[in-house]
Design a protein around this ligand. Structure first.
Ligand code: NAD
Length: 481
């Protein structure tokens, strides 16, 4: 049996009692089920490098200093990939934990990237868009100087506090800094606006993936389902975090799968409606007022952080890491916890929840939709052709021929309500959703099959880690490291 690696404390950092520890403990636990050659487990677990960048930007008539990080966890596959978050509580250890999760996630869903992650220690709400643009462009210059951005080396994406806008600025700055090599420059970041080389469905991708993950779990007869039920109709769902991921997940499970979103919890309190919150109306209220509180279609509980502890069938933590910890895990009343955020359940809380019979769908599977569609976007940027362009009209003509032939043979008209959908040749958004659904479904089967073959793995997180680490180990062994 291999020795289980210990992590070096990051220079200048206190030993983390949080997120990074949880990821490390999950790693170590999974490695007890793998018989890796001496030294390989260290190689897989340790973060290859973490760059700290400090830079100044002249704003509001004075110089402001900023600090940021870009960690490259593993280069067994290149380029490396991972989001950049803007958050005032960001630090190097958090970035390393997130980078490790990216390596595991990419391997689990089989997209050809190593793991990376970045952060800028900044509260974006304190800066105007013009100021944020200057800060983002300076940050991009620093990343570019160190080879930490580029379509073949390192490809950032949105995360907490960043979105399409920041990605467009980064891409533009990268192009300016590399004027003799612009042909593939669009592939230097993903999550861009459509007009700047983005892909249809990227913004919704992580939330859409959360929906596919829940569906895959519920439809699998080998799982316990939801109190024996195999769908979300009428199920009470609590969502924590009403940003990109939380909003889209809430929207899809309520509008398409018939769930009742009974509570949405945010950083300033929660709103509740036992009949189900109108998710889109709540989003419009949040955009207008800057908060979910005061929404007329629900009762507000300002300043109350106990929203996630209320009774429900499914809890979707979609805000930040360590949301469910040893202190509040005993009060969680959900039957199923779906980790849309990265690291929302600590290692200790995971044990408490499982002892209490709560099923957890792990982050590295549940929120992989973002990186899957980022992969599609990157491929689109490198091939320089939108998905489906060459095929679409040909498919439409073929479907038209089938429809006409059926009508002739049966003497009946093709049903009008499904005619358009049948004839449609496949727009980019349809292809993206179909590709994402396929990856999420097949990855679920991989996790569930592994647990069936090795029941001692006992939970979905361990199975996902084991499946992922095994694949990374194979890649390292194949290249002789
Ligand atoms: P976001 O910034 O769009 O939204 C985060 C939301 O959480 C915000 O509305 C914020 O106010 C809220 N929040 C912060 N602290 C909170 C607290 N203590 N309680 C309740 N709400 C709180 O970020 P996002 O892109 O939706 O990311 C959310 C999570 O999903 C993060 O863990 C991120 O790493 C993960 N994730 C995001 C993507 C992506 O494509 N955006 C992909 C994979 C994983």
């Amino acid at each position: 049996m291999n020795a289980i690696p210990q992590r070096d404390v990051h220079p200048g950092q206190t030993s983390s009692a949080g997120f990074l520890d949880s990821v490390d403990q999950n790693f170590r636990h999974a490695m007890t089920f793998l018989d890796l050659p001496e030294g390989l487990s260290d190689r897989i677990m340790q973060c290859n490098s973490t760059y700290t960048v400090r830079f100044g930007v002249r704003l509001r008539g004075r110089m402001f200093s900023f600090i940021g990080w870009r960690s490259v966890h593993s280069e067994h596959c290149e380029p490396v990939k991972g989001g950049i978050r803007y958050a005032s509580n960001a630090d190097a250890e958090e970035v390393e934990a997130l980078a490790a999760l990216m390596t595991l996630k990419c391997s689990l869903v089989d997209v050809p990237f190593g793991g990376s992650k970045g952060a800028l220690k900044i509260d974006p709400r304190e800066w105007t868009p013009q100021e944020l643009e200057r800060i983002t462009r300076r940050f991009t210059q620093e990343l570019n100087k160190r080879g930490l951005i580029g379509p073949g080396v390192n490809v950032p994406a949105p995360d907490i506090g960043t979105g399409e806008r920041e990605m467009a600025w980064m891409m533009d700055e990268f192009r300016r800094a590399n004027p003799t090599d612009v042909i593939n420059a669009r592939g230097c970041v993903t999550g861009k606006p459509l007009s700047k080389g983005g892909i249809a469905g990227r913004t919704e991708a992580t939330g859409r993936g959360v929906q596919f993950a829940i569906q895959s779990y519920l439809r699998d007869p080998r799982t316990a389902g939801l109190n024996g039920k195999r769908d979300l109709k009428g199920a009470a769902v609590i969502v924590q975090g009403f940003g990109n991921v939380g909003y889209h997940a809430a929207k899809f499970v309520s509008e398409e799968d018939g769930a009742r979103v009974t509570i949405v919890a945010e950083r300033d309190g929660y709103v509740t409606n036992a009949d189900g919150i109108a998710v889109e109306a709540l989003k419009q209220h949040q955009i207008k007022t800057g908060s979910i509180l005061g929404f007329e279609g629900a009762t507000s509980f300002p300043g109350d952080m106990s929203g996630i502890e209320q009774p429900c069938d499914v809890l979707i933590p979609a805000a930040m890491e360590n949301a469910i910890h040893a202190g509040n895990a005993v009060r969680i009343k959900a039957h199923l916890v779906v980790e849309a955020a990265n690291g929302p359940v600590t290692f200790d809380a995971d044990k408490v929840l499982r002892t209490r019979g709560v099923t957890i769908l792990p982050d590295l599977y549940v929120n992989a939709g973002g990186v899957v569609v980022s992969y599609f976007e990157w491929v689109k940027n490198l091939t320089h052709i939108p998905f489906g362009l060459m095929e679409r009209r040909r498919r439409e003509r073929r479907n038209q021929t089938i429809a006409t032939t059926l009508e002739r043979m049966t003497g009946k008209e093709f049903p009008a309500d499904i005619r358009d959908e049948f004839l449609e040749g496949g727009a980019e958004i349809d292809l993206v959703r179909s590709g994402l659904e396929d990856v999420m479904r097949s990855t679920w089967i991989r996790i569930a099959d592994l647990i069936e073959q090795q029941p001692e793995l006992s939970d979905y997180r361990t199975a996902a880690y084991v499946a992922s680490i095994r694949q990374i180990a194979d890649a390292y062994e194949a290249i002789g490291i």
